[in-house]
Write a protein that binds this ligand. Structure first.
Ligand code: FAD
Length: 452
């Protein structure tokens, strides 16, 4: 490009900048390699410069410099996204927000935090007054709150509170714009949806008001079942058991448990497993429910022992895929929402239809008042065409697939162009500098084609 990057970096003094090529390369990547499709599309994408501001004022200064020089700017939290969300397609600046990480205040049920704060670090502060994040991804220990809102969907806690997109799970945001004179906007109420899950394409979130739930001491429990469908129906029953306080219901068909090597003593051969988090005080009623469904509790760890060993949640959600891929890197995965059906008929049909090619992994969540299974099935990958066939089968049968094999925002979980998000981008990013190439609604508006 025509930009003199040394001079550009110098012009940002005293803000920290990184120009060392291997560092830039590292900070230009995320976990896109979970998808063999994205792997080939994104492996050579890299920024020209990484900038690491420490305050909102510094963010505004970087925004102004990028607008003046018409340089693309891609926001990065911890870079743990799975769809190349934070990979810069057109080079330019990667804005690393991990140093913008203060917890400003905590009130009952609500915290105000800076975007680069790590999820686990937020909880350490809020738990002092009996509160914690309502939900978090299994990358809890590394991911940032800004990245979770920008590119995530839900996770541990979604069985009680739904997903990030549900009204009430994000209270307010402060956003820096990429106008000629960058502004700081505050969005509240439904207006937060303009930037919620937008891959940082329409504003730099600098701080957020994030709702909290009561911090229970959580027990971790593993239950073993002879049959997968027995485990799945138990998962639904536990989800529906309103008197049992819970945070995680993760159900796995064999051979998935065989990839959890650290848990091997608790995962008998050829059996399905349910990995759970329930309030310590609810282990007794849980035990009765397990008996009713013919399961066997093989492992219990009370909250006071939480510091010992790897947390159980780091085998669930997309960590399941991580563990499977470390044993066989040809594995990839799907993200599916099955239609509401307490009998799980379509889950059973898909489980039997694909056999060992698509291994069933369910994560129960509550959405619009009803408990249903999301699935992150493990797929033995052969070709892109076969992968699309598998996706098509699910869609034909009425399951919703949030395709994890695309970096285009709308082609993943949304399927439709969010006109409010596009309209907001028109206002706050008139030159289209924020994470270019990711938002189909913007690309089509400006006459270009979204490439894949
Ligand atoms: P990044 O990857 O850095 O960014 C994500 C997106 O948000 C990018 O588009 C980025 O540009 C944008 N962004 C970042 N910060 C801001 C900001 N301040 N303002 C505007 N836009 C911003 N996700 C889930 O939802 N649930 C899970 O259970 C889950 N499990 C995972 C397990 C594994 C093993 C892996 C690798 C990933 C998993 N993920 C999961 C995906 C990801 O880890 C989470 O969504 C995480 O919260 C992303 O945070 P991050 O800080 O790493 O974001």
């Amino acid at each position: 490009s025509a930009i003199d990057w040394d001079a550009f970096a110098k012009s940002l003094t005293p803000i920290e900048t990184i120009q060392e090529p291997s560092q830039i390369e590292k900070l230009s990547k995320d976990y896109y390699h979970f998808s063999p499709v994205l792997q080939t599309q994104l492996q050579d994408k890299v920024a020209n410069l990484v900038v690491r501001p420490r305050s909102e004022a510094e963010v505004v200064q970087v925004a102004r410099a990028c607008v003046q020089a018409k340089v693309p700017l891609t926001i990065r939290g911890a870079g743990t996204g799975n769809y190349g969300q934070c990979i810069p397609l057109a080079g330019g600046v990667v804005l690393d927000l991990t140093k913008l990480n203060a917890v400003a205040w905590v009130k009952p049920g609500l915290a105000c935090v800076q975007a680069g704060a790590k999820l686990a670090a937020i909880d350490r502060v809020t738990r002092e007054s009996g509160w914690e994040l309502r939900m978090y991804p299994s990358t809890y220990r590394t991911a940032t709150i800004g990245g979770f809102i920008g590119g995530g969907s839900g996770g541990i806690g979604s069985i009680t509170f739904g997903q990030l997109r549900d009204r009430g799970n994000l209270q307010a945001v402060r956003v820096v714009t990429l106008e000629d004179q960058p502004r700081i906007l505050e969005l509240r109420g439904d207006n937060v949806q303009q930037v919620n899950h937008a891959y940082g394409t329409n504003g730099i979130i600098t701080s957020l008001e994030i709702p909290l739930g009561p911090a229970y001491p959580w027990s971790e429990v593993i239950v073993s079942f002879e049959q997968f469908m027995q485990a799945a129906r138990f998962g639904q029953a536990l989800g529906d058991a309103d008197g049992i306080v819970k945070k995680l219901i993760s159900v796995h068909a064999w051979p998935i448990p065989s990839y959890f090597t650290a848990l091997a003593p608790y995962l008998p051969e050829n059996k399905a497993a349910a990995l759970l988090m329930v309030a310590d005080s609810c282990v007794e009623p849980l035990t009765a429910l397990v008996q009713a469904w013919g399961g066997t509790i093989t492992y219990t760890k009370a909250a006071q022992d939480a510091a010992k060993g790897t947390p159980l949640m780091e085998f669930t959600w997309n960590h399941t895929t991580l563990h499977a891929r470390s044993s066989d890197p040809t594995f990839t995965y799907l993200q599916t929402l099955f239609p509401y059906d307490p009998d799980l008929a379509l889950v059973e049909q898909c489980y039997r239809h694909f056999g060992d090619e698509v291994m069933m992994h369910l994560e129960f969540l509550r959405t619009e008042g009803r408990v249903m299974p999301a699935a992150l099935q493990l797929v033995r990958y052969s070709t892109a065409a076969r992968l699309n066939q598998i996706i098509q089968y699910h869609e034909d049968q009425g399951a919703f697939i949030a395709n994890p094999h695309t970096y285009i925002l709308e082609d993943g979980g949304r399927k439709t162009i969010d006109t409010a998000q596009v309209a907001f981008k028109t206002k706050v990013d008139p030159y289209g500098l924020l994470n270019p190439g990711k938002m189909r609604g913007w690309l089509e508006r400006s006459g270009a084609e979204a490439s894949p």
